[in-house]
Write a protein of this length. Structure first.
Lengths: 217, 105
């Protein structure tokens, strides 16, 4: 019974990839009820769930900001985990999706625009926290990382300089993550599988996953 | 993890959200009568202002969505995009939003 929102005001940073990883891995665990809200115009996640996903996932495509909170509440009451995928732009729907969340993930891939928009999104989450009078836990997730390159080092330095809280696990630019958009199966072996396991462990440690999943992941 | 009470989220965040653009498509009232075309007077461009062409590529699906949203809002795609950018702070005047196609008819 947790809600994870994946948000950044920049498109193409890896939001839907993160959502797919969480959904595919958790849905494959028996006995877990997993749901997602696709609040993106492009309905990429909805298409993936309906055409590629291999395990039952409740998916709802909703752009109307007035319906995000009631829908999240409804799904939260009937599922173990709800993941909200947002559009790659600041919008009212994104604000309300942030407000519903136990944990907000802000993906940053290796580009300056990703860092700029990632910082803006973190500031938006801080504003939401102030208005809600509670902390909305948020972490940057570094995606499409190419270890050992100058750009990877530069991104690490930039997020450190901006004092962004970054999830321990880095997700590398791996073919297995790209293949998942076609196969619907989250990698469970090799470097990609190892990274996904570590990623879910990080989420569990932050309280983003129900207690029962901490060991299983 | 206990069930959360999300009842106050909308109210608490409404002020912050109101500064953001909506994702809801514009609602066009359905009428039995065909819409009346309005002739919009386009003020002449101020002297010295150069008009320049601007174009960009985008995915076909986005192009279709843009076309549909603009049609729903009874705007040209050019006006629809400029109107959206106006909310982001671009200095767009009313005459920038005029439907130039109607002028040519």
């Amino acid at each position: 019974m947790s809600i994870i929102t994946v948000a950044t005001t920049k498109g193409g940073a890896g939001k839907t990839t993160l959502v797919r990883l969480i959904l595919a891995r958790l849905a494959a665990m028996s006995g877990l009820k997993v749901a997602a809200i696709d609040a993106d115009f492009n309905h990429t996640l909805t298409d993936w769930v309906t055409t590629a996903a291999k395990h039952p996932i409740t998916i709802r495509h909703e752009l109307d900001e007035t319906k995000i909170v009631p829908l999240a509440s409804e799904l939260h009451n009937s599922h173990d985990v709800v993941v909200i995928d947002t559009a790659g732009a600041a919008s009212q729907a994104t604000i309300f999706a942030i407000g519903c969340a136990d944990l907000v993930l802000v993906p940053i891939s290796p580009s300056s625009a990703d860092i700029v928009e990632g910082i803006k999104t973190i500031n938006l989450i801080k504003s939401a926290s102030m208005m809600l009078k509670r902390e909305v836990v948020a972490r940057v997730v570094l995606t499409a990382v190419q270890p050992g390159t100058n750009i990877a080092e530069h991104i690490e330095n930039e997020v450190a300089k901006a004092k962004l809280s970054v999830l321990k696990t880095r997700l590398h630019r791996l073919v297995a993550f790209q293949e998942m958009s076609f196969t619907g199966i989250a990698p469970t072996s090799g470097p990609a599988g190892h990274q996904v396991s570590n990623f879910l462990d990080d989420l569990a440690a932050l309280g983003g996953l129900p207690e029962s999943m901490k060991i299983a992941s | 993890m206990a069930k959360k009470d999300l009842a106050n989220v909308t109210a608490d965040l409404s002020a912050l959200a109101s500064s953001m653009p909506t994702q809801r498509p514009a609602v066009v009232p359905v009428t039995a009568e065909p819409p009346v075309l309005k002739v919009v007077a386009v003020p002449p461009t101020a002297k010295g202002e150069t008009i320049t062409q601007f174009s960009f590529g985008l995915r076909q699906e986005l192009r279709k969505q843009l076309s549909r949203l603009a049609a729903d809002a009874d705007m040209t795609m050019r006006a629809f995009v400029l109107n959206a950018l106006k909310e982001k702070g671009l200095s767009v005047r009313d005459d920038d939003l005029a439907d130039l196609r109607k002028e040519r008819r």
